[in-house]
Design a protein around this ligand. Structure first.
Ligand SMILES: NC(=O)C1=CN([C@@H]2O[C@H](COP(=O)(O)OP(=O)(O)OC[C@H]3O[C@@H](n4cnc5c(N)ncnc54)[C@H](OP(=O)(O)O)[C@@H]3O)[C@@H](O)[C@H]2O)C=CC1
Ligand SMILES: [Mg+2]
Length: 345
């Protein structure tokens, strides 16, 4: 539902009358407020005085276990009355804003300040601000933590201009950096990656790299080379990694993935001819899985530990690889159901 914001009083267009709900949200809601904070350092500094600041330690989000045994992020609540720590004002990065127009930032308290493994318990007291007690609005969707991690990492690793070698300085929001000598502006970067679930009509093909957790198999993935289209990357990666030629490519969805350095994952389904399914593997392993095998692998919630019997483990729910596999399994179930119904008729 559209919510008029204080900051937008005076806007000429009555959004609910002339725009769709989506357009209203994009043009008049708090997303526009966030864009303003990215462009206006003073407004951003003022927003930080009343913000929620989500804490990270050396790029890992600081999570707390709730009484329901789920994990939730830890945030500092700034109420505008306490003096702010220098690092909070200089190093917090803006990630968004709540429905109530409260800005949300991330801050890495581990960078250059704590020894590895040292306790974080002193941090809120030092800042003299309370820790968010009920972050329930954030629990269902932790995507903003992935976004925060990627932005923190980009700021931590972009301290120098790649043209002049001189230091870069960030704006208050941490959404861009400018070279102190040449004025070149840098924005956060993502590497495009194609991820594809190959099927032969009855089975799907999953691979594993030696760097994967024990037992984990996923859809095939690879970075786009300079100048390649997504379709070319997809065909090349499948040919390189498993020696197969795909046809009938269809798009599924996309996801930002912060590991190892902000990838933009675009996910596809593709099929190979049932007559040409012989895998020639460049990975640690790649093999075909039946619907039954996928169904039981989807039930496995954690990777097997050393000494456990071998078991296949698939990427967790929030990973786009899981989404592709789930979509494929649903489609297979639907088609075998309709086959059965046709036979009955
Ligand atoms: N969300 C999900 O469900 C999944 C996400 N992924 C992600 O997809 C991405 C790609 O998968 P992966 O199979 O590793 O890719 P590739 O098959 O392309 O192999 C990775 C190798 O490609 C080289 N490379 C080329 N361009 C880049 C670049 N821009 N950034 C980093 N490395 C590059 C690196 O080689 P070198 O180091 O030798 O230079 C790297 O080791 C990874 O980030 C992975 O985390 C993968 C599977 C599931
Ligand atoms: Mg790969």
């Amino acid at each position: 539902m559209f919510r008029p914001l204080k900051i937008l009083i005076g806007t000429k267009c009555p959004p609910t009358r002339c725009c769709s709900a989506f357009v209203s949200r994009m043009r008049f809601s708090n997303l526009q407020y966030v864009n303003r904070l990215k462009e206006d350092d003073e407004a951003c500094a003022a927003a930080l005085q009343n913000a929620h600041i989500f804490l990270f330690h050396r790029l890992s989000p600081l999570l707390q276990r709730t009484e329901h045994r789920t994990l939730r992020p830890t945030a500092l609540v700034c109420s505008g009355t306490e003096p702010q720590n220098h690092r909070t004002t200089e190093e917090s990065v803006l990630i968004g804003c709540s429905e109530e127009n409260q800005a949300q930032f991330c801050l890495d308290v581990g960078k250059n300040i704590l020894n590895p493994g040292s306790s974080l318990s002193w941090w809120p007291e030092t800042l003299n601000v309370p820790v968010l007690q009920d972050p329930s609005p954030y629990e269902p969707d932790l995507c903003f933590l992935l976004q925060g991690q990627a932005l923190l990492r980009w700021n931590q690793t972009s301290g120098f201009c790649s043209t002049t070698g001189q230091p870069t300085h960030r704006n208050r929001a941490g959404s861009q950096r400018v070279c102190s000598s040449s004025g070149i502006i840098y924005y956060p970067k993502m590497s495009p990656v194609v991820i594809v679930l190959v099927s032969d009509g009855k089975r799907c093909l999953l691979g594993r790299q030696s760097s994967f957790p024990r037992g984990m198999y996923s859809a095939l993935a690879g970075f786009c080379d300079m100048g390649e289209t997504l379709e070319e990357t997809l065909r090349r990666e499948v040919a390189e990694e498993v020696g197969l030629e795909v046809h009938s490519v269809s798009y599924s969805s996309s996801q930002h993935w912060p590991f190892p350095h902000s990838s933009f994952m675009m996910a596809f389904h593709a099929s190979v001819s049932p007559a040409h399914t012989q895998v020639s593997c460049q990975l640690e392993d790649a093999r075909w899985f039946s619907l039954e095998e996928i169904t039981s692998a989807l039930q496995v919630k954690t990777p097997p530990r050393r000494g456990d019997p071998p078991v296949v483990w698939l990427p967790p729910k929030h990973a786009i690889g899981n989404r592709l596999i789930t979509e494929w399994a649903d489609r297979q179930r639907r088609s075998s159901l309709s086959d059965t119904t046709e036979e009955d008729v």
